[in-house]
Every structure is written in structure tokens, then in C-alpha cells.
Design a protein around this ligand. Sequence first.
Ligand code: NZQ
Ligand code: ZN
Length: 381
Amino acid sequence: MQKFVYEYATKVYFGAGAVKKHLAQAVSGYGQNVMLAYGGGSVKKNGIYDEVKKILEDAGKKVFDFSGVMSNPTYAKVQEGAGMAKKENIDFILAVGGGSVIDCCKIVAAQAKTEEDLWEMEMTEHKFPTEVLPMGAIVTASGTGAEMNGGAVITNEEKVTKAGMAAAAPRFAILDPEYTLSVPRMQVISGAFDTLSHAMETYFGNSDQDNVSDDVALSIMRNTVVNMRRLLKDINDVQARGNLMWDSAMAENGILKVGRVTDFQAHQMEHQLGAYTDCNHGQGLAVIHPAYYRHIVKDAEEKFQRFGKEVFGVDSAQAGVEALADFIKECGLPTKMGELKSKVEITPEILRNVADTCNVIKCNPRELSRDEIYDLLMECM
Ligand code: NZQ
Ligand code: ZN
């Protein structure tokens, strides 16, 4: 185990009816002006918006809508939100959505407190925000675990870069599995695959032998696969949705990463693929993961063997990787670049750009060269 300081910033309210039961009390300690942030309108169709707004107004809050946060939220949208937060003297931000709305709000919360350009501050000067507006999250689509950590993934369209930024974690997160029942099937499955990916990416980072995080990560992977299979049989299985919702938070709330390094090379490739194509995050990962693991399986054979055995019940390292590829097919997730919904045609030139601009991880089984990254991305064509 490496040295660490660990603190849990987010209070979690989990279960059916959790918003009705806890929201008024959860926001009671903050000021009157609340920014209610949401995406492209699903919350209006499924009634979540009305329920949340009424609770806030009954609690004496003045509500300001910040709507239209897109999937793969952009830095321009962050600036719009920060401008509004300053103009309306917002005291508290409530993100109601999936990872995109939550991430956007985390950075709005920081940008609202400074005149400095946050992207430049973090990416060029390597300084991080010290003051943020308080925020909370109501999760309507699970998978990213964004509700329980202080990172956010933002697309800077001008710079054609999708990157992780640091901000503050939500003060609270409300997780009601029933709120996820209206999420489209493919988003449910790709969100859950993102959770599986987070646990794999942590596990395949170099770690001490017998590290407890490896054991917990494998449990989360197993549980995610079991519950995804339940959803393949019955997409409305609310118990499985709930199990996956907590798997999602557990995989990205930092508990797996304590005292160790992680991999996240697949994420680095996918994020840049997202910058060029605006593809769905979980689906991009589904395409990339098997190809990446075929490249590194020999560099961490023991670990891959354990992964294969404990997650998919197969005997060898190679069989573990192929079992993952088969599971992706079983889920109906995309397996080739051409199956991803993209704003542009995915060409070898784009993949070259992705390979040339993504972050390269050094604490994984083997550091890849940019040419090898390009080769493996091309294997996904
Ligand atoms: O925009 P609306 O209309 O709300 O529709 C959304 C969106 O189209 C829909 N949706 C959400 N809740 C719904 C619903 N539809 C019906 N009923 C509901 N209850 O779902 C679609 C996808 O939402 P989005 O938030 O984009 O998905 P997800 O939760 O997968 O978030 C993806 C973003 O999170 C980042 C990804 O890179 C991507 O930008 N990530 C954030 C991480 C973090 N902060 O820790 C870690 C991840 O690795 C990831 O990078
Ligand atoms: Zn992810």
C-alpha cells in the first residue's frame, strides 16, 4: 500500500422515495437561490423535474433552471452555467441527471467562484480550484459514479480535447433506482459497462500483491456482470438497477483507488475518441477494451488469469479477455468503431489523432507507444 489520506465528502441517500424523503432536509443548510441543472429534457417527460422543483419551492428556495446540458458536456456549457450562477447569485447547485449533468455542474461550481479561466488554470498552470459553490446530485442515470467523486470530464471543443478536471465532490447524492427506469435500454447497458470498466481499469493498474482493492474490484466486476445479465432478461428489474447503481458509485468513489495506482488507459483513449466523435462513453469503452487487453494480456498474465476465473469462470488469461469480448457481444454493445454513433465518420486519420493526443499511462502492465495505441484502435475498425 502506498501512503494515502482518505476522506469521504459525499453523503448518500439511497433507495425508492429517497428524493421525497431527504431532499428538503439535504438542501436546508444552504442559501435561497438554487440552480436546478438538467439535460435535454428527459426529467421533464418522466416527472422528476416537477417532483424536485416542488420540493425545492416548498422548502422556500428560489429555483433557477440551467437546462440543456448535453452528453459529453462542453466547456462552453460550463461557462454558460458559471455566468448564470454569478448573475443570479446562486447559493447552491443541484444537478439532476447522469454523469454529464453532474460533471458539468462540478466545474460550474468552481468556475462560478473565479474570474480565471479554469481550463487554463488546471491544464496549463496545474493549479486547482480552492473555492467552489456547494452542490448536490440527484442521479437519474447511473454508471459513471460521478455523484461520489470530485473529478469531472469536460469536452473542450476548441481544443478538441476531452479531459478530466478537478473540482469538489457533491455534498450529497440521492440515488433512487426507480428514477432510472425511464433510461433507454442501450444507455442503461452502456452505463453499467462503464462501471465494469472502472473496476477493471483500477484492478489492472500495478498494485501490491494481496491488495484489498484488487479483491473489492473483482467483487464489483462480478456483481456488475451478474446484474447486467439480469437486465438483459428483464430491463425493468428494479432490484438489479439498484445493485448496479451502488456498484457504479462504489467503482468510482475512490475506495478502490486508495493506496494504489490505477490504469485507465482505455478511458484515456475513449475520452479522446469522444473529443473527435462525441460518441457515447460506455459504448466507446466497449469497443476499445478487448483490443487493449489483447495487447497487454501477456504483461500481466497472473492478474488476467485471476480476472478470467473470478469474473467469468474461465481458466486462462487469454480466455478471460475473450470472455469479456463475448460478454460485450451478449450485451448487444458495439464491438466496432463503425457501430458507434458519431458526429463524423470514424476514419484512420481520426484514430491517428486520438492516438497522438490521448494521455499515455505509465503505471499499467505496460506503457504503450502511440503507434501501438493507433494499431489497437485500428483493430477496432
Ligand atoms: O439529457 P437527457 O434528456 O436527460 O437524456 C439523458 C442522456 O441522453 C439520458 N437520461 C438520463 N437520465 C434519464 C435519461 N433518459 C431517460 N430517463 C432518465 N431518468 O441518458 C443520456 C445519457 O446521459 P449522460 O449523463 O450523458 O450519461 P452518463 O451518465 O453515461 O455520463 C457520461 C459522461 O460522464 C463522463 C463521461 O465521459 C461522459 O461525459 N464520465 C464521468 C466520470 C466521473 N465524473 O467520475 C467518470 C467516467 O469515466 C466518465 O468519463
Ligand atoms: Zn468511465
